[in-house]
Design a protein around this ligand. Structure first.
Ligand SMILES: [Zn+2]
Length: 389
């Protein structure tokens, strides 16, 4: 199973300058190759290599980066050729297609550059790398990584990309890890209920109002900021606004993925530690089911509920924790202690007060308890064919 491990570099200022100059040089080289390719009949890597290899060496590229750059340009021309052929730039002979075919392909400055083992070596003991740069071999560039990333690096295979993003340096290393053996699910008698929400991302039946800290400001506020920026950019609609929009989306996606990893890890660890299963709601219909206020609607769209459910499911499966998925109908309107169902029980977003028995709770927490109970019923019914109240 191939995965990419993202390792943050901690270069000194001088090292960072050398890395920067290296990516700039690779970009210049790509421009040189691209202009040659545009003027050539044969744009395959082999033909381009004969034409430009010595020129790239003279620029200061060593052998492997030169070959990689040529390959990158050849690939880009092959893709463009296929797109032109397929009519993806409008009809052949049309203005757009003709313009595109007549212009050399441009490459983004500071684009990621792949390095193989000859140009990049790892000293895992000291957490440093040595890497080819335009200023010669750069030694002892420090990197920082978590223990689990370090373990993955043992399975490194093939090339590693040097990436500059958000003013930081990263290595994206490809690793090939053996697929985990599926673990036989353990038999459980209790379940941890998880309520996924708009304001509080995830509240479990173990939480108290005070401990439900996924809600606390940061995530919500940051999502709000993304939404506003996106609207502004969408209105502008220029080419650079579109590019900014795409980057913004990628950044938001990375952030969501990161949060989902953290939440799912916490939930699965909690269930495993206490010998319980996990219950989630089936939120595939969430857009139709809930009608949040207008300001919240955008946040809801942009959040990857499906991803969170996926993460919980596969992490739970890898440690044998059973997962039940239940219908979310009425989970937020039902009083957990007495079972009374009433929309009016939920008096505000946050507060639950039962109209019949007077039970008071944080609303998402009450829902999480109902979810845990429904999951238990479903599990007992499907696994044992009965359940005892
Ligand atoms: Zn009640």
């Amino acid at each position: 199973m191939k995965r990419v491990v993202k390792i943050k570099l901690a270069p000194t200022d001088a090292q960072a300058r050398a890395l920067h100059d290296t990516l700039m040089l690779c970009d210049t080289a790509a421009g040189v190759v691209s202009r040659v390719a545009q003027a050539s009949e044969d744009r395959r890597a082999f033909a381009l290599q004969k034409a430009v290899y010595h020129q790239l060496k003279a620029l200061g590229l060593s052998a492997q980066p030169a070959v990689r750059t040529i390959k990158k340009v050849a690939d880009a021309y092959a893709t463009r050729g296929a797109n032109l052929e397929a009519g993806n730039y409008g009809p052949g002979g049309g203005k757009r297609a003709t313009d595109i075919a007549a212009t050399a392909i441009g490459f983004r400055a500071l684009a990621a550059q792949p390095f193989d083992d000859r140009c990049l070596s790892w000293q895992q003991q000291g957490s440093t790398i040595s890497i080819w740069t335009s200023e010669g071999r750069l030694k002892a560039v420090r990197y920082v990584c978590a223990p689990w990333q370090r373990a993955l690096l043992e399975h490194r295979c093939g090339e590693t990309d040097l990436v500059f993003r958000d003013n930081m340096w990263f290595l994206h290393a490809t690793v090939d890890v053996p697929a985990p053996e599926p673990v036989e699910p353990v038999v459980v008698e209790e379940f941890l209920g998880v309520d996924l929400g708009i304001v509080n991302l995830a509240v479990t039946s173990d939480d108290t109002a005070a401990s439900a800290d996924w809600s606390s400001g940061a995530v919500t506020a940051r999502r709000g900021k993304y939404t506003r920026t996106r609207r502004t950019l969408q209105k502008v609609g220029s080419k650079s606004a579109k590019r900014k929009l795409r980057r913004r989306r990628e950044k938001e996606h990375r952030y969501a993925t990161d949060i989902n990893h953290q939440i799912s890890k916490t939930i699965v660890a909690q269930a495993q530690r206490t010998g319980r299963g996990i219950v989630l709601e089936d939120l595939s219909g969430i857009r139709e089911r809930v009608r949040p206020a207008k300001a919240q609607r955008q946040q809801l769209h942009s959040w990857a509920y499906a991803q969170l459910r996926d993460f919980v499911t596969y992490k739970a499966a890898s440690v044998g924790v059973p997962v039940e998925v239940i219908n979310p109908r009425n989970t937020s309107r039902t009083c957990y202690p007495c079972g009374h169902v009433d929309k009016a029980n939920r008096i505000t977003q946050d507060r639950f007060v039962c109209r019949v028995c007077g039970h008071v709770d944080q609303a998402d927490h009450n829902a999480a308890l109902n979810i845990a109970y429904l999951g238990y019923v479903k599990y007992m019914t499907t696994t044992h064919g009965y359940w005892a109240a």
